[in-house]
Design a protein around this ligand. Structure first.
Ligand SMILES: *[C@@H]1O[C@H](CO)[C@@H](O)[C@H](O)[C@H]1NC(C)=O
Ligand SMILES: *[C@@H]1O[C@H](CO)[C@@H](O)[C@H](O)[C@H]1NC(C)=O
Ligand SMILES: *[C@@H]1O[C@H](CO)[C@@H](O)[C@H](O)[C@H]1NC(C)=O
Length: 370
């Protein structure tokens, strides 16, 4: 019964009708929330502002409906918009796509991304660090330009870097499941490595699914020695580490932090199934790294929101990574923040938490770097 309803929602006309209905219902409920959340003690958390309370409601509904409709967003590569900040990247030489990346169906493809806060200039930016940023969105939504603007700007300012934000292939598009996004990540990393004589000027960063991707890229670099140089560090926010557990909606919907987070089970199920469709093993270390620590030459800095569903997983993964001899790992908690506050902090009202966190990351990287 549910599957039939889902099929109807996902048909083209169904999508239009559903979207109109969803927007109408949301708008109809909005006045209620606007009143309901006025008193502080009725908000999801007493420390939250009015805006934070409302925005979490709105975001949750957006995610829920995008999951029901399984929206397919085109990759908005519009080179005509701010042409000089956009880079179109062709796949690199074949031999850098080895091991998990040598897939018989999914092949390296053209990818692209945007420079923040301004175009990269070989002359002017010679001494600048470069950050390669992967946005979040459960591997099924999001893009590297408008959506990632707050994250990219925050990283640029606080890591004193030029940021390249990648629009990797999304698994909501057919034939773009794992390892499509990781192939794009490798393509982009090679592109940045080619700009530099020293890869130690590069930092990899990501939120949520983008954090998963950043960790997968670090693992790929270590597993395939000699193909790609090691970056200086990875700066990761709210990584999505266990797609296997995300396949059960109750793990998200019944979580003790379900009130203070906007993630919904339907959305994570959609993302996990799209990225790693059966018979692919969702417990593959490249897909669900939570219990698969590894050695990395890069300094690993992870932050989580204290009120988010994925908080405990982030802390546990950091602990697992710390136990591996030679790893340099730091975990940072922003106590009142929810999920992916670097990526969507500008929407959820956690701008200052995002800035504070990345500033701490910068200090830690400088202190720990030998
Ligand atoms: C964050 O949001 C504010 C208000 O919506 C906007 O003025 C500002 O430009 C945004 N900042 C970034 C970096 O996107
Ligand atoms: C949140 O989780 C609790 C159990 O931890 C459950 O009783 C409650 O119904 C959940 N709330 C929502 C909105 O799913
Ligand atoms: C959405 O979540 C509800 C409750 O958690 C569940 O009954 C339903 O099957 C889910 N739908 C999808 C498409 O996963």
């Amino acid at each position: 019964m549910f599957e039939t309803a889902k099929g109807m929602i996902q048909s083209r006309l169904g999508k239009v009708v559903w979207t109109i209905a969803a927007i109408s219902i949301t708008l109809a409920r909005l006045p209620f929330w606007l009143v309901y959340y006025s008193p502080q003690n009725l908000r999801q958390h007493p420390k939250w502002t009015y805006l934070q309370a409302i925005m979490h409601r709105v975001l949750r509904i957006l995610l829920y409906h995008s999951a029901l409709m399984e929206v397919q967003l085109p990759l908005l590569w519009e080179p005509e918009i701010q042409k000089d900040r956009f880079a179109n990247i062709e796949p690199a030489r074949k031999d850098i796509y080895q091991g998990v990346l040598a897939d018989s169906n999914i092949k390296p493809a053209t990818t692209g991304g945007w420079w923040f806060p301004s175009p990269y200039s070989a002359k002017v930016d010679e001494e600048m660090r470069i950050v390669l940023y992967f946005h979040g969105g459960a591997f099924v939504v999001g893009e590297g330009r408008a959506d990632a603007r707050f994250a990219a700007t925050t990283l640029a300012v606080n890591l004193k870097a030029k940021v390249f934000s990648l629009s990797y292939r999304l698994s909501s598009t057919p034939t773009c499941q794992f390892p499509a996004a990781l192939q794009d990540a490798v393509t982009a990393y090679q592109y940045l490595v080619d700009l530099r004589t020293d890869a130690k000027q590069i930092i990899i960063a990501g939120d949520s699914a983008g954090g998963n991707l950043a960790i997968a890229l670090l693992r790929y670099i270590e597993d395939n020695k000699g193909i790609l140089p090691t970056p200086l560090a990875a700066v990761i926010c709210s990584p999505w580490l266990d797609l296997a557990s995300a396949l059960e909606t109750t793990n998200v919907d019944q979580h003790a932090s379900n009130v203070t987070d906007y993630l919904v089970g339907n959305f994570t199920v959609w993302g996990a199934k799209a990225y790693a469709p059966a018979p692919m093993r969702v417990d593959n270390p490249y897909i669900s790294p939570l219990n698969h620590p590894f050695f990395t030459h890069a300094q690993l800095w992870i932050c989580v929101g204290g009120l988010e569903i994925l908080c405990a997983d982030g802390v546990r993964f950091a602990e697992n990574m710390k136990k591996v001899k030679g790893n340099k790992v730091e975990v940072h908690i922003e106590p009142y923040a929810s999920h992916a506050f670097l990526y969507v902090g500008n929407l959820t009202g956690f701008e200052s938490e995002a800035k504070h966190a990345i500033k701490s990351a910068n200090e830690w990287i400088l202190e720990t770097h030998v």
